[in-house]
Design a protein around this ligand. Structure first.
Ligand SMILES: Nc1ncnc2c1ncn2[C@@H]1O[C@H](COP(=O)(O)OP(=O)(O)OP(=O)(O)O)[C@@H](O)[C@H]1O
Ligand SMILES: [Mg+2]
Length: 240
């Protein structure tokens, strides 16, 4: 069953075309990995899905559970069950992680469980992301996402700035949530660490705002490591 269908979209930012005719679909319960070099348009695609302003979809459509998202606000998309972990999450002065957690979830036990699992206790009464370290920000983002209980999780480089032990902690928490909820996940990864912890089902490569090589994410990642992004594009084999 399909959850999200990105239907042939092209996206401009400040008048410049960043994405060209992107078409992909994410099934229910699937983990779809997006690889690609810096500046290729990966974050732009995720921001277009959640509806960040300034990312203009000039053609195509984004369908979530059969409905178009195009005229919906970020909040409305979130209410439908779409949550995103940003590559660079905003700092929120005056709002503590604890306040946000309680707003997102009224199950105290659950909050305590994830605070413990993600080792966030010592950050609980700090202003959100203000002077958090890179890894602390990612763990706090994952906490918020899990408490929202989304149907689709978008993760923009969840490993970036996170040490090996914390990647393992985050990977296990994410894996448990995906298994227990049946949610889907769309994840951008440069290092491939995260797919050692969650079972990835599909992968593709983005280069210069175009998609290539949709197929087995583990084989695709090995091919990229061995031959590089450009070679991978040329061969365009389907990694069945
Ligand atoms: N708001 C913006 N204004 C101008 N250019 C932008 C904006 N957002 C993105 N771009 C440009 O679009 C291109 C794609 O950026 P994007 O952030 O999607 O890349 P990425 O694939 O996520 O790269 P990375 O792996 O480095 O995170 C880049 O050249 C970037 O500078
Ligand atoms: Mg990016």
């Amino acid at each position: 069953m399909e959850l999200l269908h990105i239907k042939d979209i092209s996206v401009t930012v400040e008048g410049k075309q960043i994405l060209s005719n992107i078409d992909l679909s994410i099934g229910k319960g699937k983990v779809f990995v997006l690889f690609g070099p810096n500046g290729s348009g990966k974050s732009t695609l995720m921001k277009s899905i959640v509806g960040i302003s300034g990312y203009n979809i000039i053609s195509g459509d984004i369908i979530f559970e059969g409905r178009s998202l195009l005229n919906l606000s970020i909040d409305e998309r979130a209410k439908f069950g779409i949550a995103m972990m940003f590559q660079h999450p905003p700092k929120v002065r005056g709002v503590k992680l604890s306040q946000l957690a309680r707003m997102l979830c009224n199950d105290k036990k659950k909050i305590e469980k994830y605070i413990e699992l993600l080792n966030l206790g010592y950050l609980f009464d700090r202003d959100l992301n203000v002077d958090f370290s890179g890894g602390e920000m990612k763990r706090a983002e994952l906490l918020q996402i899990i408490l929202m209980r989304p149907k689709l999780i978008l993760l923009d480089e969840p490993e970036s700035g996170v040490d090996i032990e914390n990647i393992s902690i985050m990977g296990k928490v994410l894996d448990e949530y995906l298994k227990e909820s049946g949610a889907s996940c769309f994840v951008i990864s440069h290092t491939g660490y995260i797919i050692e912890y969650v079972k990835a089902t599909d992968g593709c490569l983005m280069l210069d705002g175009n998609l290539y090589c949709v197929g087995n994410p583990y084989k695709l990642f090995e091919t990229i490591k061995e031959y590089g992004y450009e070679k991978c594009k040329e061969c365009d084999i389907r990694h069945a």
